[in-house]
Design a protein around this ligand. Structure first.
Ligand code: ZN
Ligand code: MN
Length: 516
């Protein structure tokens, strides 16, 4: 018996909570700190004491508007706050302040690269709310509550179900993290729970001319990109298998459900039916006035909107001829991309500067666990190193060596600079010029054609067998020419220009061929 051929399509929407990078909480002045001792960053407002009055954090509101604009949303001119009722140990007020029917941003889109093209994913809405505290289940069976996180500003972003594979959802989450860190509205650190993802997943199955839709599962609280991908891939397989087993496993016949990702077992686990979802009894918060967003505020925020990462990547490719990969690496961190453009403005040839930035400087920065902006090297110095590499004053090996020496000069200053904001302290690095250093270290390439020609002749005379191969043995010609080049480099003490050497060797071989 043959199975009917099934065509399936995975349907995915995402809900994402992004912790905004503010110094204080959403509705009180308590500091937002990750590592503080439990219950040390709390006050009557975030503890939910009766009579305590919340005050809106303007910075959080501005960050939310900025993100909404970056996601091409319509920004609401009138927005309000609602209470979403919960009864939960880590939510002492018994309600969360959120936004229900008038979110501050809605109907936007975000374009992500999918198989070499841009795919538009519609954004349903984005709204501000406050986080709950943390329940810590300890080994003895007690649950401890830490309310330091209670009241931390969260931006909740909801997409339409426009994603159609685990990989697309994975890309979306990564690009969104890039966006919010780039905008500076969130640190986006997964390990600290600063981004939490909740995919809604179901499967459309075409079978015998009909289309079936499995019930939607919402996978709760994923905190890594890999979990997003693995959980969705698993869930789509599970739903298809459940439908194959029982064709009544479809919407309207079976409830939608919440599921949790068990990373150890690599499976999703049933939590509860959506039908039994609590009634949140939303109603406007009487303690908070609605926010009217003025033209001035919109203009102010719009002026803060930078060129966004995906557009900037594309521009680095088209404007400077960078490879897509190098552009992506450079644009991953806004400060790094800004610095790179300063290096170009300082006169560096873009192609060599791009390669050197990624292959030399970013590597050296990674080794030190800092951004390239923290290395203490000035744009002019980066530019000069790229220039003297591009014009053949030094070769690539020498450039690598010089970069390390430049860091040894700059490093004591870089240490004062290791703040996380990526902002540079005003300490100036020493004014060492790479060219001057190259001269001191004897790394300048010999561009003297007459001298190089003399080395070539010397190498030819000393290696008649290699010359013979280079001239007459097609199988070994290339290797023999390479060997002769190596000999010339040796004779020059590593200072010959490899390109010039190559050209002069070819010239000499052509001459000998002509004589034969
Ligand atoms: Zn507080
Ligand atoms: Mn939420």
């Amino acid at each position: 018996m043959s199975e009917p051929k099934l065509v399936t399509r995975t349907i995915i929407g995402l809900e994402i909570h992004v912790q905004l990078n503010t110094k204080t909480k959403m509705f009180c002045g308590c500091p937002v700190r990750y590592d503080a001792p439990p219950n040390s960053c709390v006050c009557p407002v975030c503890l939910g004491h009766p009579g305590a009055l919340p005050v809106i954090n303007r910075r959080a509101f501005g960050y939310a508007l900025l993100t909404g604009m970056a996601l091409n949303c319509k920004i609401a001119r009138h927005t309000k706050w609602d209470r979403k009722s919960y009864y939960y140990p880590d939510l002492p007020k018994n309600y969360q302040i959120s936004q229900y029917d008038l979110p501050l941003a809605a109907r936007g889109f975000f374009e992500i690269p999918v198989r070499g093209r841009m795919k538009r994913v519609r954004i349903t809405r984005a709204h501000l709310e406050e986080d709950a505290g943390k329940s810590l289940h300890d080994a003895s069976g007690y649950t401890l509550v830490d309310l330091n996180r209670a009241g931390t500003p969260l931006l909740e972003i909801v997409t339409e179900p426009d994603l159609s594979s685990a990989d697309e959802a994975h890309t979306f989450c990564i690009e969104l993290q890039r966006l919010v860190t780039y905008l500076g509205v969130s640190e986006g650190v997964m390990q600290k729970g600063q981004m939490r993802f909740e995919p809604n997943v179901n499967v459309a199955i075409h079978c015998d001319g009909r289309e079936y839709h499995t019930p939607i599962a919402e996978i709760k609280n994923l905190n890594s990109f890999r979990h997003v991908r693995d959980a969705i891939a698993y869930e789509a397989r599970r739903q298809l298998a459940a439908w194959t087993e029982d064709h009544d496993y479809q919407q309207d016949k079976r409830p939608n459900e919440n599921r949790g990702w068990n990373a150890e077992k690599g499976i999703t686990e049933y939590q509860r039916d959506k039908e039994s979802a609590p009634d949140y009894r939303y109603f406007p918060d009487p303690d908070l006035v609605p926010v009217e967003v003025s033209d001035e505020m919109l203009d102010e925020i719009r002026a803060m909107l930078p060129e966004l990462p995906i557009a900037r990547r594309q521009r680095l490719v088209s404007e400077y001829g960078l490879s897509a990969r190098n552009a992506e690496t450079i644009v991953n961190h806004r400060g790094t991309a800004d610095l790179f453009e300063k290096v170009i403005a300082a006169g560096a040839p873009a192609d060599v500067a791009g390669k050197q930035f990624v292959n030399v400087w970013l590597k050296l920065a990674n080794d030190r666990n800092v951004h390239v902006t923290d290395l203490g090297v000035e744009p002019e110095q980066f530019a000069e190193l790229a220039s003297i590499t591009a014009d053949g004053t030094i070769n690539k090996t020498a450039a690598n060596r010089l970069a390390q020496v430049m860091l040894q000069h700059a490093e004591p200053r870089a240490e004062w600079n290791l703040d996380l904001s990526g902002a540079r302290a005003d300490a100036r690095s020493p004014t060492t010029s790479p060219l001057q250093l190259a001269q001191e270290l004897g790394l300048i390439q010999v561009q003297d054609t007459v001298l190089t020609e003399a080395w070539v002749e010397q190498a030819f005379t000393a290696n008649p067998k290699a010359v013979q191969d280079a001239l007459g043995n097609p199988k070994r010609a290339q290797a023999a020419a390479g060997f002769l080049g190596g000999q010339v480099m040796k004779l020059s003490g590593g200072k010959a220009d490899p390109d010039l050497v190559g050209r002069l060797i070819e010239k000499q071989l052509a001459k000998l061929r002509g004589q034969a």
